[in-house]
Design a protein around this ligand. Structure first.
Ligand code: ADP
Ligand code: ADP
Length: 228
């Protein structure tokens, strides 16, 4: 099991109010799968992704990812874990505007002990021809391709994607989903995708639904279909 979440709870204090972002969330995610996380806004999807990726701490429970028990790690160990194993993709691509495509991807490469090859990475996401362009010269879909290359070049065990198609039109979004599926097949990377779009669930091996901080449904999809 790459990812084993057991009774994980996380609260935020907001003035007098306690917000239960995760309530005893329990979940197993096998290696090499595509998993979508569905649920309304505020249901805890991002919090779940952030604790799995070691961005956020949690209050109680056990979380084992890539053989590491995250609640036992010191801060610097958690940072090492994140750099080594996790790649992040966000709705807003978070590229550095003053760096070219290749230089942005280089940022990811420098974090890794055993990075993939720059040229083949840029080719695989279809951005080699634009390696010297700056983010403002690219469409949204192209910027997201660069963000995927930046996350992937460090050869992470899993990609954590928070609304990766949220800022894209439908056609471009589907291209990005096909790229994520290709990444899963080509590199064996486990891919977790948060989405509002139930259509995206069709491509996943596993579908998780969240509500009010709880995982309310989790089922396997026997016959995932490609985003057409
Ligand atoms: P989702 O991704 O499903 O929209 P989130 O995980 O972002 O949900 O949020 C879950 C709950 O935790 C929400 O009620 C949200 O307002 C709250 N929350 C998230 N981050 C913070 C924070 N940094 N401080 C306070 N409350 C937060
Ligand atoms: P994709 O489907 O890969 O996201 P689009 O079809 O949106 O690409 O864009 C086609 C071409 O138009 C791209 O190669 C890109 O260079 C160019 N382009 C799109 N949007 C912009 C923009 N805002 N600024 C500059 N060039 C753009």
């Amino acid at each position: 099991m790459t990812i084993n979440v057991e009774n994980v709870t996380k609260t935020y204090e907001s003035g007098e109010v306690t917000i239960h972002a995760l309530r005893e969330a329990t979940l197993k995610i096998p290696d090499h799968k595509i998993v979508t996380i569905l649920g309304p806004s505020g249901s805890g999807k991002s919090t779940l992704l952030n604790v799995i990726g070691g961005i956020d701490r949690f209050d109680s429970g056990t979380l084992v990812v890539a053989g590491q028990q995250l609640e036992l790690l010191k801060d610097h160990q958690l940072t090492d874990f994140r750099r080594k194993y996790a790649g992040f993709i966000f709705q807003q691509y978070n590229l550095i505007p003053t760096l070219t495509v290749q230089e942005n991807v280089e940022v990811g490469r420098e974090l890794s002990e055993n990075p993939l090859d720059m040229k083949s990475m840029l080719e695989k996401v279809g951005m080699y021809d634009k390696k010297d362009k700056f983010p403002y010269q690219l469409s949204g879909g192209e910027q997201q391709r660069v963000a995927i290359a930046r996350a992937l070049i460090k050869n992470p065990q899993f990609l954590l994607c928070d609304e990766p198609t949220g800022a894209l039109d439908e056609v471009t979004g589907k291209k990005i989903l096909r790229l994520l599926k290709y990444v899963n097949e080509e590199f064996g990377t486990t891919v977790l995708i948060i989405t509002h779009n139930h259509g995206i669930g069709a491509m996943a091996h596993k579908i998780i639904k969240m509500s009010s901080g709880s995982i309310v449904e989790s089922f396997d999809n026997e016959s995932p279909i490609d985003p057409e």
